[in-house]
Design a protein around this ligand. Structure first.
Ligand code: FES
Ligand code: FES
Length: 161
């Protein structure tokens, strides 16, 4: 199979890599580049554990071929953290106990980030609807919804996201 040279900008760092055309973006990120934020769950677009931001849109990276993301700017959950602080969404997941094993958390955070940028004052029903493509086996979702709701209420920080 003919390999392809592609470029991915991940969390602000440009990477050139060579992949097979069949390589999924999640495997390029994890196995080729060492970004372990996106998790591999179902590999069939169901669970959302692999969600990353691709050119500012949340994308399930098991659904996209790496070659399709050639030239894209990608943000993983680690890219939201600065040297001295967590992103407000990460902070609220921590404070509201919105995770147990944490496997779903990167996808939950990145999906919520995009959702709140479009809807900064959501209802709990809207939060639940926004996260319907992200599955959690641990929390029962209540604390995840609490975390997103609290982050949305954190208006001063929210304006600077
Ligand atoms: S691993 Fe991608 S949606 Fe489940
Ligand atoms: S915290 Fe374990 S899957 Fe969500």
């Amino acid at each position: 199979m003919t390999e392809r040279d592609i470029t991915l900008v991940v969390n602000g760092t440009e990477h050139e890599l060579t992949v097979e055309p069949r390589t999924l973006l999640v495997h390029a990120l994890r196995d080729h580049l060492g970004y372990t934020g996106p998790k591999i769950g179902c590999e069939s677009t169901v669970c959302g554990a692999c969600t990353v931001s691709v050119d500012d849109d949340p994308v399930k990276s098991c659904t996209l071929l790496a070659v399709q993301a050639d030239g894209a700017e990608i943000t993983t959950v680690a890219g939201l953290t600065t040297a001295d602080s967590l992103h407000p969404l990460q902070q609220q997941f921590r404070e509201e106990h919105g995770l147990q094993c944490g496997y779903c958390t990167p996808g939950m955070v990145l999906t919520s980030l995009d959702f709140l940028s479009d809807n900064p004052e959501p209802s709990r029903t809207e939060i639940r609807a926004a996260l319907k493509g992200n599955l959690c086996r641990c929390t029962g979702y209540q604390n995840i919804v609490d975390a997103v709701e609290s982050a949305a209420e954190d208006i001063p920080d929210h304006e600077s996201w």
